[in-house]
Design a protein around this ligand. Structure first.
Ligand code: NAP
Length: 477
């Protein structure tokens, strides 16, 4: 238990402001109180939006090289304090420290990409004389910042998913009101501190914490907010879309990502990576490997090697460098996951390993022969649970992958180039990974889903497109 519990403050208009009420932030692993977090009321949200609204002009007028310099200085500061940043993530999210440090390294890369992208936001010239009646004109397009971006982020990548909103928003000359997940506010406040030091103009970034509904509803419905960028669960995302009216909305939602292992693949080469994809951060990754479909010729070998590797994973304290698996984000998530495993067992599926829990730690669980209508298959498990099923023909495998309300990313291992190209065509997802698991992301690639996995794309260049609007300028000579 820490000796003194830090009382955090909102970051609004370049100032640190206390709240009227506070809530304890509890470690999901130890149950210790980590900090006291201010809970925003309507007036706090209003102040944050007003500050962002007032700062619009300053940010819009900031030259690209200055926006880039602010982001570069921020990158320098985060690099200097990377270890501290990793510990914050590990503590509040129960993310094993090695994975948390990996997130910090990616966050630094994301802001670097944003600094670079700030300098290449550009339009094009239009050949007006190509249209009859267009002669005697020259014209070009520019991309202008939208204004105020409302950013709502989830708990699972509390630094890098904030970076995917704050980085491109600043690169494009927007201002931001950020509402981080209630379980992971410390990462967001830490980032705000570093932006303050990096010289970001007052009001350009505002961070407020509190109930998703109170803060979220206000951000989503306020007329001064021009765009809502949300990463989180489909249920909340759909609610946001329904309330946002004509605001631009980007939704990065959940999935039950799948992998096909074709005949002829040497399974020993892919097991380590597949196990990592299924259980990294306890399966609480939007592209966690949840469903594996293996050709009947490889099935037994794959299952045996996968289960054996799974049994070597170490459970424990997220701050321990040796830990692979720590606590789920909440006790209710453990209960939900256990009840879904029970449903699968009762329906005739086989649990090959795992299934038990200790406190908030759920054992990594491998389920065989789960029917496609079981919750562990057709919903997003967001827990260390993976299904392995057999297929007989590649056609059947495509159908199994596509039989999902979601479509974020899918992977296929195959030795056959024709199958690879056909899979790229047939899988209905935002990204197809050939000879890799679906759990792959680097921060400059376009990233986002189809179906209930969302709309819009992140990856700095693509997020900048979403956060700007095109204007046409035509000169009559
Ligand atoms: P969540 O429960 O949907 O929460 C996400 C954010 O929305 C939090 O800040 C939450 O605040 C807020 N919120 C809750 N109710 C709201 C409302 N009525 N209006 C506006 N905002 C509201 O998701 P989570 O459990 O944190 O994250 C897990 C989900 O995120 C999974 O489905 C995962 O797949 C998805 N995800 C997707 C991606 C992607 O890029 N596609 C990446 C990571 C995660 P509170 O915390 O205060 O409730």
């Amino acid at each position: 238990m820490q000796a003194t519990i830090q009382k955090k403050k909102f970051y609004i208009d370049g100032e640190w402001r206390g709240g009227v009420s506070y809530k304890d932030l509890i470690s999901p692993y130890s149950g210790d109180v980590l900090a006291e977090i201010p809970m925003a009321n309507e007036a706090d949200v209003d102040s944050a939006i007003e500050a962002a609204y007032r700062a619009k002009r300053v940010m819009r007028n900031l030259p690209a090289h200055e926006r880039a310099s602010i982001l570069e200085r921020f990158v320098q500061k985060l690099s200097e304090r990377a270890d501290e940043a990793g510990e914050i993530i590990a503590l509040e999210a129960a993310k094993p420290i090695a994975t948390a440090k990996g997130e910090v390294a990616r966050t630094i890369a994301t802001y670097k990409f944003a600094a670079e992208e700030a300098k290449r936001i550009q339009g094009e010239t239009i050949p007006f004389d190509a249209a009859a009646g267009g002669e005697g004109r020259v014209g070009y397009t520019v991309r202008e910042p939208l204004g105020v971006i409302g950013a709502i982020t989830p708990f699972n990548f509390p630094m890098n998913l904030v970076a995917h909103k704050v980085g491109p928003a600043i690169a494009a000359g927007n201002t931001i009101v950020l509402k981080p997940a209630s379980q992971t506010p410390l990462s967001a406040y830490f980032i705000a501190e570093l932006f303050e030091e990096a010289g970001l103009p007052k009001g350009a970034l505002n961070v407020i914490t509190g109930s998703g509904k109170t803060v979220g509803d206000r951000i989503v419905t306020d007329e001064r907010v021009n765009m809502v960028t949300f990463t989180g669960s489909p249920a909340v995302g759909i609610g946001i879309r329904n309330k946002a009216g004509l605001k631009k909305v980007t939704l990065e939602l959940g999935s039950n990502s799948a992998l096909i292992v074709d005949e002829g693949v040497d399974v020993s080469e892919i097991i380590d990576r597949a196990v990592m994809g299924a259980f990294s951060y306890q399966g609480q990754v939007c592209i966690s490997l949840q469903r594996v479909y293996v050709h009947e010729s490889n099935y037994d070998a794959f299952v045996e090697a996968f289960v054996e590797k799974t049994k070597t994973l170490k459970y424990g304290n997220p701050l321990d460098e040796e830990t692979d698996i720590s606590a789920l984000i909440s006790g209710s998530d453990v209960e939900r996951a256990v009840s879904w495993i029970e449903e699968a067992k009762n329906g005739g599926a086989e649990v090959a390993t795992g299934g038990g829990s200790d406190g908030n730690v759920l054992e990594p669980t491998v389920i065989l022969n789960a029917a496609s209508d079981m919750k562990v298959s057709c919903q997003e498990v967001f827990a260390p649970i993976v299904l392995i099923n057999k297929f007989h023909s590649i056609e059947e495998a495509y159908d199994l992958v596509n039989d999902s309300p979601y479509g974020l990313q899918a992977g296929i291992y195959t030795e056959n180039v024709h199958t690879a190209l056909e899979a790229a065509d047939r899988l209905h997802v935002g990204g197809v990974l050939i000879n890799d698991i679906p759990t792959f992301r680097v921060d400059n690639m376009p990233y986002g889903g189809v179906k209930e996995s969302g709309t819009g794309r992140e990856g700095i260049k693509y997020a900048v497109e979403e956060m700007t609007e095109m204007k046409l300028v035509v000169f009559k000579k």
